[in-house]
Design a protein around this ligand. Structure first.
Ligand SMILES: O=C(O)C[C@H](O)C(=O)O
Ligand code: SF4
Length: 512
């Protein structure tokens, strides 16, 4: 009985974490939305994010398609069998994956083979501790790859772009944390949250940083110096102008939590764990005799849903809206400028890391001339009739494809790529030379985009696993913003430059 109940409790924890954004995070997103002026790109993005949060609620479906590397932190009373808890978690993960609450996200690091059930060598990550209480506490974080890739660790003293020297003191720490927000730009799906660990070694420093992500967004650090630093960072980082998705705007950082531990004399690390707005972490208390959940954490206050009429961004927006459908001509592409909004209907193909590598070495399985590639690794379920259903399908971070993208566009005649976070100079040059465009979709809005996908019309290279396969999608009114055009303009390069200038205003000493 205990075992079955425990499995159910773990299943509920996983589903809740993946589909229901915690109350404190909702409050932070809502505050960000109120900060942005209606009609701006940032406000429109936050409207889409708000819509997405509501849709995930209604459908009990993943908020974002990247359901992360499931990481459990567990405290048990002395005498509780930890092996049973581990087994229950594994069973629950398998079930949640089958039910489309998690994307099959565990791949063999060398061969790339997807295990299909979120289990694998070293996965899931489960860390146990004992405590004196008589109940079990289980915390879970589902932190996706895009924000994980923006984590950063500084070894002091160091020299930082925009800020100069960062020494081994509070002010050096201040500079590192501000720099960490700058370097993330929009690629970790800003507006984000950061957990910071001061001290330790490279491993325990990051561990401490990630532990901070379990703190409530609105708590106050009991260490006075750190409380001041948290407030300072939150205020200052929001002056960098990076904004939601790196589109420029007021809301860049929604939370900053800092922890400290001792270090050895030679090492001085500042470790920063960056979390996207889709900040999925939850915790439960479990009765150690029945296995049932007795308490859900992060439960204070009312649960906000987002009133769709609140943000009037869509009615006030002044961007030109262009309808597109593939095959697209060079002339149509050359007509698009940064800032235009496109609405796509018709065919698009997904392609991310494995596909880009594949296309650089092989022929394409379909004719890609004039076509659109969507950087996306969806959650997909197989229907009883053998067809497929897209459960969640937001964009992935495009910059990973930078080494391949331009060459592939030229080789196959691809006219548009959709992703998030923007791409670099090599792709920008190729867009100009070949006649291509980069379209930015809203990261994490996996339900919103899944809703635009009306059918799966085929799939190639499924051997790469569900997220990495090339899905042939039929979409309707799939909306994205032109952020890199065929005339050498890149909103991402502009925001990077202007935020670097703003960062350098924080050069002077603040904490002594
Ligand atoms: O893997 C994904 O689907 C997205 C990833 O979390 C990302 O932000 O790039
Ligand atoms: S796509 Fe964005 S929201 Fe989703 S896990 Fe990656 S960084 Fe987070």
């Amino acid at each position: 009985m205990y075992i079955e109940q425990l499995e159910k409790s773990m299943y509920d924890l996983i589903c809740e974490t993946s589909t229901n954004l915690p109350k404190d995070v909702r409050r932070a997103v809502k505050a960000a939305r109120e900060q942005e002026d209606a009609g701006t790109r940032a406000a429109m993005s936050l409207d889409t994010i708000a819509k997405n949060i509501n849709m995930a609620d209604d459908k009990l479906s993943p908020i974002c398609q990247d359901t992360g590397l499931p990481t459990f932190k567990i405290k048990t009373p002395i005498g509780v069998n930890q092996l049973e808890i581990k087994a229950a978690i594994k069973k629950a993960l398998i079930q949640a994956t089958k039910d489309g609450k998690l994307r099959p996200n565990a791949v063999d690091s060398i061969t790339g083979e997807n295990s299909g059930d979120n289990l694998g060598d070293g996965l899931p990550v489960i860390k146990f501790e004992q405590w004196e209480n008589d109940f079990i506490e289980v915390k879970l974080i589902l932190k996706g790859g895009g924000c994980e890739n923006k984590n950063i660790q500084y070894s002091l003293p160091t020299e930082l772009e925009g800020l100069g020297r960062a020494g081994r003191d509070l002010d050096g720490i201040r500079k590192c944390i501000l720099h960490s927000v700058y370097q993330a730009q929009g690629q970790g799906c800003s507006a984000g949250f950061i957990g910071v660990g001061i001290g330790g070694d490279r491993t325990s420093g990051y561990e401490l940083a990630k532990d901070q992500l379990f703190r409530a967004v609105d708590d106050v650090n009991p260490n006075e110096d750190l409380a001041k630093m948290e407030a300072y960072i939150l205020e200052s980082a929001n002056k960098l102008g990076i904004g939601t998705m790196g589109f420029g705007g007021e809301a860049t950082l929604l939370g900053c939590k800092i922890g400290v531990m001792h270090r050895i004399p030679a090492s001085f690390y500042v470790s920063v764990a960056y979390n996207c707005w889709a900040y999925r972490r939850m915790a439960v208390d479990i009765d150690a005799t029945t296995g049932a959940v007795t308490n859900w954490h992060y439960n204070e206050g009312e649960k906000l849903s987002f009133d769709q009429n609140e943000g009037q961004a869509e009615t006030k927006q002044s961007s030109r809206v262009v309808e597109l459908s593939a095959p697209i001509s060079e002339e149509q592409i050359r007509d698009l400028k940064v800032g235009d909004v496109v609405k796509i209907s018709g065919r698009m193909y997904t392609g991310r890391d494995a596909i880009h590598k594949h296309l650089s070495e092989n022929d394409a399985p379909v004719d890609l001339d004039g076509q659109i590639i969507y950087h996306c690794g969806p959650v997909v379920l197989k229907n009883d009739d053998g067809g497929y259903e897209i459960v969640a399908a937001g964009p992935t971070t495009s910059i990973r494809e930078e080494p391949y993208q331009g060459d592939i566009m030229k080789k196959f005649g691809i006219r548009a790529v959709i992703g998030k976070g923007g791409m670099g100079p090599k792709t920008l040059a190729a867009l100009q030379e070949h006649g291509g465009v980069y379209l930015n979709a809203i990261g994490g809005a996996a339900q919103y985009y899944a809703d635009c996908i009306k059918a799966v019309e085929g799939v190639d290279l499924l051997q790469f696993g569900i997220p990495e396969a090339m899905w042939h999608l039929r979409v309707e009114d799939f909306t994205a913003v032109v952020t890199m055009d065929s005339h050498g303009n890149s909103l991402h390069a502009d925001v990077d430059q202007s935020s670097l200038e703003k960062l350098s205003q924080f050069k002077e000493k603040v904490f002594s």
